[in-house]
Design a binder for this molecule. Structure first.
Ligand code: GRF
Length: 200
C-alpha cells in the first residue's frame, strides 16, 4: 500500500474525507503522516482521532523555507512517504520539497484554474460575479496553483449565491473528487505526471 502524507493548515475537512475512505477501504493508501504548519489547527485533532502521526511546526521558528522544508523532508523519509497530498496547506512548496517529490505532489483548489488562484478563491469568484467556478486538482510546481491540471469539476453560481452556499457546493464536490482521483493516481503503478487535463 502506498504511503502518503497529507499537508493541511486549518479545518482539514478534505483530510477527513481522505481518512474516511481509507478506513472504509475505498482508497487503498496508508496515511503515514499529517504535516501541519499551524500547531493549533483542527486538522491535528482529526489526525489524533484517527491515530495518524502528526508533524506540526511553526514556520516562524525557522530561518527560512529551506530550513523547515529540510525538516519536513526528513520526516517524510523516516515515515517512508512516497506521495504528498496538499489539502488546504496555505504555503507554496519550495525547491527543497519539490526536489525530492517533483511529480508526486498534488493539490486541490476551489476554483477552475487558471481562474482565481491563490487565497480566497471563493471570495474572488463572488466578487467577479462569475457564472461558473468549481474545483481543480493539479500537480504542484513552484508557482501559485500553476501546475499541470489533472481534473476539474464545474459549479454554477446562482444569482443569490453566498459565500456559505458556494463553499458548501464546492466542498461537497471536493470531498468526493479528491478521494476518487487519489485512488486513480495511487493505483496505476508509477505515480507520474498526467499532462492531459480531464474536464467534466
Ligand atoms: C479547500 O477548499 C481546498 O480546496 C483549499 O483549501 C480548502 C481547505 O479546506 N485548498 P479544508 O481544510 O479541507 O476543510
Amino acid at each position: 500500500m502506498r504511503k502518503i502524507a497529507v499537508f493541511a493548515s486549518g479545518n482539514g475537512s478534505n483530510f477527513q474525507a481522505i481518512i474516511d475512505v481509507v478506513q472504509t477501504g475505498e482508497l487503498k493508501a496508508d496515511i503515514a503522516l499529517l504535516v501541519c504548519d499551524k500547531p493549533g489547527a483542527f486538522a491535528i485533532e482529526r489526525a489524533n482521532a484517527a491515530r495518524i502521526p502528526t508533524f506540526s511546526f511553526n514556520p516562524k521558528e525557522f530561518s527560512s523555507k529551506e530550513a523547515y522544508e529540510k525538516v519536513i523532508t526528513e520526516q517524510l523519509t523516516s515515515y517512508g512517504v512516497e506521495f504528498i497530498v496538499l489539502a488546504g496547506y496555505m504555503r507554496l512548496i519550495g525547491p527543497t520539497l519539490l526536489g525530492e517529490y517533483a511529480g508526486r505532489i498534488v493539490n486541490i483548489h476551489p476554483s477552475l484554474l487558471p481562474a482565481f488562484p491563490g487565497k480566497d478563491a471563493i471570495g474572488q469568484a463572488l466578487a467577479a460575479k462569475a457564472d461558473w467556478s468549481g474545483v481543480t486538482i493539479h500537480y504542484v510546481d513552484e508557482g501559485m496553483d500553476t501546475g499541470p491540471i489533472i481534473v476539474q469539476e464545474r459549479v454554477r453560481l446562482s444569482e443569490k449565491e453566498t459565500r456559505e452556499s458556494l463553499q458548501k457546493k464546492i466542498q461537497n464536490i471536493e470531498h468526493k473528487l479528491y478521494p476518487s482521483i487519489l485512488q486513480m493516481l495511487l493505483t496505476r503503478g508509477e505515480v507520474q505526471h498526467d499532462e492531459k487535463a480531464r474536464t467534466y
